[in-house]
Design a protein around this ligand. Sequence first.
Ligand SMILES: Cc1cc2nc3c(=O)[nH]c(=O)nc-3n(C[C@H](O)[C@H](O)[C@H](O)COP(=O)(O)OP(=O)(O)OC[C@H]3O[C@@H](n4cnc5c(N)ncnc54)[C@H](O)[C@@H]3O)c2cc1C
Length: 453
Amino acid sequence: MNVVIVGAGPAGLAAAEHALRAGAQVTVLDQAETPGGQYHRMLPEAYAAKRPDRIQHGRAEFDRRRRVLAHPRCRWWPGSTVWAFDRAEKRVHILRGPSDGSGRRRLTLVPDALILATGAHDRTLPFPGWELPGVYTAGAAQALAKGERVAIGGRVLVAGAGPFLLPVAESLLGVGAEVVAVLEANPVSTVRKGWSSRPWRLAAHAGKAGELARYAATLARHRVPYLTGRAVVEARGADRVREVVTAQVRADWSVVPGTERPYEVDAVCVGHGFSPQPELAVAAGCVLDDGFVRVDAAQRTTVDGVFAAGEITGIGGAVTAAAEGAVAGRVAAGGKPGPALIRARDRARAFAGRLAAAHPIGTAWRSWLRDDTIVCRCEETTYGELTRAAEDDSRPGAHALKLGTRAGLGPCQGRICGPTVSELCGGAERHHRPIAQPIRLGELAARTEGEPE
Ligand SMILES: Cc1cc2nc3c(=O)[nH]c(=O)nc-3n(C[C@H](O)[C@H](O)[C@H](O)COP(=O)(O)OP(=O)(O)OC[C@H]3O[C@@H](n4cnc5c(N)ncnc54)[C@H](O)[C@@H]3O)c2cc1C
């Protein structure tokens, strides 16, 4: 059995480990040069860090997990971008080589089973001034801190929704930034209700509670306030962000008038959860639910021979991703996952359910927007242009809306604004694009090499 795994994050690495245990030949591909995905982001080797374990989550677990890449039945291809999937021939199209270089090779593989573990990227809702220099997504701030030891600013506000804000604040403190506050938009009642449903089952997530306690201790040591029911609703500054306006928000995230408060900052990072990266799954013809790839109890997608695991199937954190990867790896390799693997996956998914219930996105966030607030940053499409186009009866439908306003047609191809535009203007299905990742015309025209040894 020949299994190809796209993505070497927690889900992909666990899938490789379990596919190997079930006797398969495994190929792991990742567009990054190093394994680990978003969670196990590493400092470049050249930095020769004395204590990399101090900045990397679960370093010991990661060191154990990545050993699978050296297994004699495992091929590990870093710097390999899967840019297309031919659903008729079940052929995986790969570009190998640095993405900013010109010498990438075009290769294809035809696996017996394909596991998609391509993860998610962080989501930030628009607000007036969010396009100013100095406004970062929480994920970008985290990547710079963890992967480069760079702080996005000297005085930073962290805001949005979800527990991810806590490791981001910790990383910023770790690289010397002053974090003025961490703001969770959901009120304490929503957060408490989400986390405390079926409290007798919380014991199963004791590891997470320990992690949470560590973040709380770090914030307390640095005297960083953690405030709930408060959101960043505007960023101000002529050349770059100088000030952000925060406001108390209700459970639906509508602003309570008169509660606006400015903070002087030189950077702000904002994260409102994550959006999946399902482009390859869409190319394969997999059915999505709310943007996430639909899988059954064995992590099979709706397409024969194609499996999915990790954040492309739902947002649940690294432990859930790895638990799903383990099941996918076993089944894709023709094995049967034991009850312990299934139990671990189901327990982890229950944690994901709590996460979603405790940190939802309030529906009234659009009330923060003004007519001239940019929604699609690539094409500079404003909220006003979008709402007028959506109300125009002579050009109905998502396609006409996109062509009329150009929202989602820029270089990022709607990866950033896509979910926001869908929410503002009515849901739009993900369209099948034959090309899932950017490819140069020269590369497209180049000869494809066959299956390498
Ligand atoms: C920016 C960011 C930072 C995060 N930081 C933290 C944190 O500090 N702490 C925390 O608890 N959680 C963090 N998370 C959440 C956490 O990363 C996830 O829960 C976990 O990593 C999900 O694992 P995964 O294997 O599903 O996906 P990922 O870890 O995202 O791995 C997916 C991998 O697939 C690769 N890939 C995607 N598309 C292709 C393609 N077409 N071809 C080849 N390779 C491809 C990517 O390069 C990536 O390595 C972060 C998430 C993001 C988006």
